[in-house]
Design a protein around this ligand. Structure first.
Ligand SMILES: [Mn+2]
Length: 453
């Protein structure tokens, strides 16, 4: 799962940090097992899913609770077995198969920390596990033989919750991986920007992104959003139009790379030769940087989200898109017409990582603000949390039409809005690692290291 080039400094950093990472995963798992009354944990990587009436399978993605142990994203039907006090055992499924290439025996910076077994099928996997699993918990998809293995519990919520909760704060090893995911993502973005400047279609821009990252599509953490012109207003626009549009106005690209199972999530917006849209992008970039500057341990993410609305109101006012002040724009719901999504989310093994609403490892939920059902994070930030910061403003016909005739619509400068419709919208998104006094901007650092902004 390493990129095409793995710089020596990266290899050294991975070598050095993986052992302590695994130790920390073992310790937190041991605590969670003790608290929930289990003697051991068996984690499944997942199984291939076959297409209906065919013998082909969908692209495989290992489950995050498996990938937190080992950077193996491409080994279906494999297991990690952990019993406190012993080295974790890794059972890699390596079938005798002449239709497909079986996985190579694992190698790399992390392998020596495991007791590795290559197993040809489920029976061999079971034989490599302790005779009794009656006090152990299992996490993963079910499979036909599982009931006969006699585990105490399958996906027990209290145990999973404890393990998910602690995934928000990353180990130093995980930060190494997330930095590299950002480096690969930034390379992809620079290639995509060039393809846009050259007049490429959405599809051509995505191909440039993949080539820049050195990854195939199924290795990405999510399907890239590559939206030319007004399509930028579709928040999760999924089409990759192959034809070049008749006129080129703007590009909104939300695309990330993956390294060792860890995701980056990066968005940039570009104007093609339109000064007024270019200025609006610059304003949004300054707004995004102001929000990043307010990130540090102890901050309640809901406050960051509310501040984003206030700052968005100011940008809308300054750009003459609305006729009222920022406070009034927030109070009347006007900013939510232009910014109808959350300001950011946890990031890690999954692009929208788990545990965003958990009040504690034991239980309880932290509610979302009433007006913001799409906010994905309500926790107070802690050191080594990794979050995205992704403000935006969009010209979404459906949302604008809904307020056009009412009191909110009277505060909108319609001719100005109509002039921006062809650009779709703006989103600028970076990945931030929270520290005691501020944050490390993984994305801007990655662009800077490549000599770009
Ligand atoms: Mn995001």
């Amino acid at each position: 799962m390493q990129g095409v080039d793995c710089p020596p400094a990266l290899t050294a950093a991975l070598e050095e940090s993986f052992g302590p990472h695994l130790k920390s995963v073992c310790e937190r798992t041991a605590r969670a097992l003790a608290a929930c009354g289990y003697s051991g944990l068996l984690v499944h990587s997942g199984s291939l899913v076959t297409v209906f009436e065919d013998d082909r399978s969908y692209a495989f993605e290992a489950h995050a609770p498996f990938k937190v142990w080992a950077p193996l994203g491409d080994v279906p039907d494999s297991f990690v077995w952990f019993e406190p006090g012993s080295s974790p055992r890794l059972l890699v499924h390596r079938p005798a198969d002449y239709w497909h290439k079986p996985p190579d025996p694992p190698q790399g910076y992390w392998v020596r920390h495991f007791d590795v077994h290559l197993v040809g099928d489920y029976a061999a996997a079971r034989a490599a596990l302790p005779r009794s699993l009656a006090q152990a918990a299992y996490i993963g998809d079910g499979f036909a033989q599982l009931p006969a293995w006699g585990l105490k519990a399958v996906n027990p919520p209290a145990l999973m919750r404890r393990l998910d909760y602690v995934r928000a704060a990353k180990t130093p090893y995980e930060l190494v991986c997330l930095r590299e995911a950002n480096r690969l993502g930034a390379r992809g973005h620079l290639a995509a920007r060039e393809a846009f400047a050259g007049g490429g279609s959405e599809f051509e821009i995505e191909l440039a992104f993949l080539r820049g990252c050195g990854l195939r599509e199924q290795e990405l953490p999510y399907n890239p959003i590559v939206a030319l012109n007004a399509w930028g207003a579709v928040l999760h626009y999924q089409v990759l139009e192959k034809a070049r549009p008749a006129a080129r106005h703007s590009l909104l690209i939300d695309a990330g790379a993956e390294f060792a199972g860890y995701a980056s999530d990066i968005t940039r917006t570009y104007s093609h030769e339109d000064a007024s849209f270019g200025r609006l992008i610059e304003r949004m970039d300054r707004l995004q940087q102001a929000l990043c500057a307010g990130v540090r341990a102890g901050v309640d993410w809901r406050d960051v989200h509310l501040r984003a609305h206030l700052l968005t109101g100011e940008v809308l006012r300054d750009a003459d898109l609305i006729s009222c002040g920022a406070d009034e724009a927030v109070a009347t719901g006007l900013t939510r017409v232009f910014l109808p999504h959350g300001i950011g989310h946890l990031l890690g093994l999954e692009v929208h990582d788990v545990g965003g609403f958990m009040a504690s490892a034991e239980g309880g939920e932290l509610p979302r603000p009433q007006l913001d059902p799409y906010l994905r994070l309500t926790r107070r930030l802690e050191e080594r949390f990794v979050v995205t910061m992704e403000p935006g403003i969009y010209f979404i016909p459906q949302l604008l039409d809904a307020v056009r005739a009412g009191p909110v619509g009277r505060r909108i400068n319609w001719p100005c809005v109509e002039g921006f419709m062809k650009f779709g919208g703006i989103r600028i998104e970076d990945d931030l690692a929270v520290t005691a006094t501020g944050c490390e901007n993984l994305t801007r650092d990655a662009f800077r290291a490549l000599g770009a902004t």
